[in-house]
Design a protein around this ligand. Structure first.
Ligand SMILES: NC(=O)c1ccc[n+]([C@@H]2O[C@H](COP(=O)([O-])OP(=O)(O)OC[C@H]3O[C@@H](n4cnc5c(N)ncnc54)[C@H](O)[C@@H]3O)[C@@H](O)[C@H]2O)c1
Length: 432
C-alpha cells in the first residue's frame, strides 16, 4: 500500500470516530501527514527540474524549447567538459571552439589540443551537409582528447553552464551557416546561426568572469562587389552580394558594438576559400572531385565577356596557423561583470593565399590527380551570390600575426585527393 492511499480524497469521506478528542487528534495527524507528503512531492518535482540534463528550467520561449532537445548536464558530463578543457602545457590557453565538428573547427581543435591547450568543442551537427562526415570528424576529435558538446550557440543556458564549469580564456567561434547559394533556399538559417547565435554567444561572453578573448570567422565574401584588388581590410565592405555575406558583415558590426560597450577583445578573420582534407562537401573542389570520379559533368562558371572566375584558394593548414596566431596575439578583454573597464582590442584580418587561381585550372589539377578527364559544362555565372573573383592582400596579417601561407593549390589538392580517396574507399558513400 502506498502512503498516498492513507490520504482521504475528500474530508467528507473521512470516517467519524468514537470520541471527538480522538477525531480531532486523527484529523490533526492526517493534516500533518498531508502537509508532509505534499512537501515531499513538491521537493521531488523541484529536484527533478534542477537536475534535469538539459537544465532548462521551464522553457520560456519556443526557441529555447526547440534547443532543449540536446542532452547535456550532469556530473559525468561536467567531468568530460572539464577534462577536455584542461590545459596541459605551461602558458597554455583554454578554448571553447564553436563549430568544432565542422571543417575548420576540427583542424583548429586538433592543432590546439596537440600543443597542450585545453579545448572544448560545441556543435549542433545540423544537416546542411552530410552529417556522417561531421560524426567522423567528431570521432577523430575524441581520439585526440577533444570532447564535442552537442548543442546550439543560441542556447544561453548551455553556454552559461559551460562558462560556469570552465573559465575559458578564449573562444574560437567558427559555428555558422556557411555557403553562399543555400541562402536563397534557407535564409532564416543564416539569421539563426550567424546573427542571433553570434549575439547570444557575445551576451554570454560579456557576462562571463573572466571575459574571454574571442577570435571568430568572418569571410572574404564581405568584399562583395568590391572591384579593387587585392582586397585589403581598408576596402569598402558595404556591397554584399549574398545574404551569407550580409550576415558576416553584420557580424563585424556586432563585434564592434560588443567591443565598444563591454570591452570584449574581438578578432575577426576573413577566410578566403579554404580547402583540404576533411573539407566541406558543398564546396566546388569537393563536389568536382566527387562528380569527376562519377563521370558526371561539372559546371564551370565564367563571368561577363567570358571573364575568368578565380578564387584565392587557401590551404587548411595555413588557415589553422592564422587562427592560432590570432588566438596567441589576442589581448585580454577588459570588462568584468558585464561592464567595460577600458578600451579593448578590435581587429580584422584577411587570411588568404594571395594567388588567385582560375576555377578551370583547379579542374585541370584535379583531372591530373584523379587521372580522369572531367566533363566540363561552361556556364554563365548565375546571380545567386557568387562573385567573379577573390584575391587577398595579407600584409596586415603578415605584420601582426606573422601569417605566411606556404601551400600552393597543386600541393594542397594532392593532400585533399589522397584523403578523399582514402576516406571514401572505406565503404562510405559520397553524398550528392
Ligand atoms: N571554408 C571556407 O572556405 C570559409 C570561408 C570563409 C568563411 N568561413 C567561415 O568559417 C567558419 C567555419 O567554416 P567551415 O568551412 O568549417 O564550415 P562548416 O559548415 O564545416 O562548419 C561549421 C560548423 O558549425 C556548426 N553549426 C552551424 N550552426 C550552428 C549553431 N547554431 N550552433 C552550433 N553549431 C552550429 C555546423 O554543424 C558545422 O559543423 C564559418 O563561420 C564559415 O562561415 C569558411
Amino acid at each position: 500500500m502506498s502512503h498516498l492511499d492513507n490520504i482521504p480524497s475528500t474530508p467528507g469521506k473521512f470516517k467519524m470516530d468514537k470520541s471527538p478528542y480522538i477525531h480531532r487528534l486523527r484529523w490533526h495527524s492526517s493534516l500533518t501527514k498531508l502537509t508532509f507528503w505534499s512537501l515531499v512531492i513538491l521537493g521531488s518535482i523541484l529536484i527533478f527540474f534542477f537536475r534535469s540534463p538539459s537544465s532548462s528550467p521551464l522553457p520560456s520561449d519556443h526557441s529555447r524549447r526547440s534547443l532543449s532537445t540536446y542532452d547535456w548536464g550532469g556530473p559525468s558530463w561536467e567531468k568530460r567538459v572539464r577534462s577536455s578543457a584542461r590545459v596541459r602545457s605551461r602558458n597554455g590557453i583554454s578554448v571553447l571552439v564553436t563549430g568544432a565538428a565542422g571543417f575548420v573547427g576540427t583542424h583548429v581543435s586538433v592543432a590546439l589540443k596537440r600543443r597542450g591547450d585545453g579545448v572544448l568543442g560545441l556543435d549542433n551537427f545540423n544537416n546542411y551537409y552530410d552529417q556522417s562526415l561531421k560524426r567522423a570528424r567528431q570521432a577523430l576529435l575524441e581520439r585526440t582528447g577533444v570532447f564535442v558538446v552537442e548543442g546550439d550557440i543560441n542556447d544561453s543556458a548551455l553556454l552559461k553552464k559551460l562558462f560556469e564549469v570552465v573559465p575559458f580564456t578564449h573562444v574560437m567561434h567558427l559555428a555558422a551557416q556557411a555557403g553562399v547559394r543555400y541562402a536563397m533556399e534557407n535564409p532564416s538559417s543564416y539569421v539563426h546561426s550567424n546573427i542571433a547565435g553570434l549575439v547570444n554567444l557575445l551576451e554570454v561572453c560579456k557576462s562571463a568572469n573572466p571575459q574571454p578573448s574571442i577570435v571568430w570567422a568572418s569571410s572574404s565574401s564581405v568584399y562583395g562587389l568590391n572591384t579593387k584588388v587585392p582586397f585589403s581590410e581598408k576596402d569598402r565592405t558595404d556591397q554584399p552580394a549574398s545574404l551569407y555575406a550580409a550576415t558576416k558583415k553584420a557580424g563585424e558590426e556586432i563585434a564592434h558594438t560588443y567591443n565598444h560597450i563591454y570591452g570584449l577583445s574581438l578578432t575577426g578573420l576573413r577566410f578566403f576559400t579554404v580547402y583540404g582534407p576533411w573539407g566541406r562537401p558543398d564546396m566546388a573542389y569537393f563536389f568536382f572531385t566527387r562528380d569527376i570520379l562519377k563521370g558526371k559533368s561539372i559546371p564551370i562558371f565564367e563571368g561577363a565577356d567570358h571573364g575568368t572566375v578565380a578564387r584565392d584558394f587557401t590551404y587548411i593548414d595555413d588557415i589553422v596557423k592564422g587562427c592560432l596566431a590570432a588566438l596567441d596575439t589576442a589581448e585580454k578583454s577588459t570588462g568584468s561583470g558585464g561592464k567595460k573597464k577600458g578600451p579593448a582590442q578590435l581587429r580584422v584580418f584577411n587570411l588568404g593565399n594571395t594567388s588567385p587561381v582560375p576555377v578551370s585550372d583547379l579542374v585541370s589539377i584535379l583531372e591530373k590527380l584523379l587521372k580522369v578527364k572531367a566533363k566540363r559544362n561552361i556556364m554563365k555565372l548565375p546571380r545567386n551570390g557568387d562573385v567573379q573573383f577573390t584575391h587577398a592582400n595579407i600584409s596586415l596579417a603578415q605584420r601582426e600575426l606573422g601569417y605566411k601561407p606556404t601551400t600552393d593549390l597543386q600541393t594542397g589538392l594532392k593532400k585533399f585527393v589522397r584523403w578523399y580517396l582514402n576516406y571514401y574507399s572505406q565503404g562510405k558513400k559520397a553524398a550528392g
